[in-house]
Write a protein that binds this ligand. Structure first.
Ligand SMILES: NC(=O)c1ccc[n+]([C@@H]2O[C@H](COP(=O)([O-])OP(=O)(O)OC[C@H]3O[C@@H](n4cnc5c(N)ncnc54)[C@H](OP(=O)(O)O)[C@@H]3O)[C@@H](O)[C@H]2O)c1
Length: 218
């Protein structure tokens, strides 16, 4: 079984790649220096070298936090490529074998958009909308599509977002009702468990990894 985990060098991607290594024969887990999803030529080259997979985890670096009025046209284009178009090109070029799995790493903000994470909310919901359609297209081939929607998770990304607000991760945790930040390894264990146990009844749905912070009931 072959797995491809994009942005697999740190944080959530690394946790998922490490967990899948326990059950897959091959795990390809490139960082930005091998596959930069904002660089479409790089994306196409990567797909040529990796035309088949049993498990594909669509993940990349998160966009900067900024209010709508500060987002430039260049920002919109860069993150359109990084968070959306690259994933579409990869889904067109990489064949997912029958009985396979596609996971999108998005954000819990897709259900409750945050004002300063507009680049993130918008393109992630667009990606998930396409994946939902593909989950219907691929029912006969038994390919499963799941949207992993993390809340605050203990990674460099959260550290950087906290620093921008002048906070440490300890201060972020102290402000959460749980007083704890999610462990990215829990996402890794979940993905591994779904694949290892051939879970097929959960398909085309979003699963929050936010320790219950969201208000939405669906
Ligand atoms: N952590 C959270 O609290 C949280 C919450 C909601 C959503 N998310 C989202 O989950 C995803 C993963 O976040 P994380 O917390 O695991 O981040 P992280 O720990 O900062 O790791 C970022 C990963 O993305 C890679 N990367 C960065 N820019 C890239 C690019 N242009 N193309 C391809 N790969 C790139 C990095 O590769 P290098 O090692 O080569 O730099 C690294 O492997 C992000 O989209 C993030 O916005 C995170």
């Amino acid at each position: 079984m072959k797995a491809i985990v994009l942005a697999g060098t740190r944080g959530i991607g690394k946790s998922v790649a490490n967990a899948l290594t326990e059950i897959c024969d091959e795990v390809v887990a490139p960082g930005r220096s091998i596959l930069d999803t904002s660089d479409l030529a790089n994306v196409k080259d990567f797909a040529k070298g990796n035309p088949l997979a049993d498990v594909l985890v669509l993940n990349t670096g998160g966009p900067p936090a900024m209010p709508f009025d500060s987002i430039t046209e260049e920002d919109w284009v860069k993150y359109f490529n990084q968070l959306f178009l690259s994933f579409m090109l990869l889904l067109k070029e990489i064949k997912i074998n029958d009985n396979g799995y596609v996971f999108l790493i998005s954000s819990f903000n897709i259900k409750e958009p945050a004002d300063n994470l507009i680049l993130s909310n918008s393109y992630r919901i667009a990606s998930w909308s396409v994946l939902k359609s593909l989950s219907k297209r691929d029912l006969k081939r038994n390919v499963t599509y799941l949207n992993i929607a993390p809340g605050p998770t203990q990674t460099d990304r959260l550290k950087e977002l906290a620093q921008k607000d002048g906070k440490t991760l300890e201060e972020v945790a102290a402000n959460l009702p749980t007083k704890r930040i999610s462990d990215p390894d829990e996402i890794g264990k979940f993905v591994k468990s779904i694949v290892e146990h051939k879970i097929k009844a959960i398909n085309g749905v979003s699963i929050n990894f936010d320790m219950g912070l969201s208000n939405s009931i669906l």
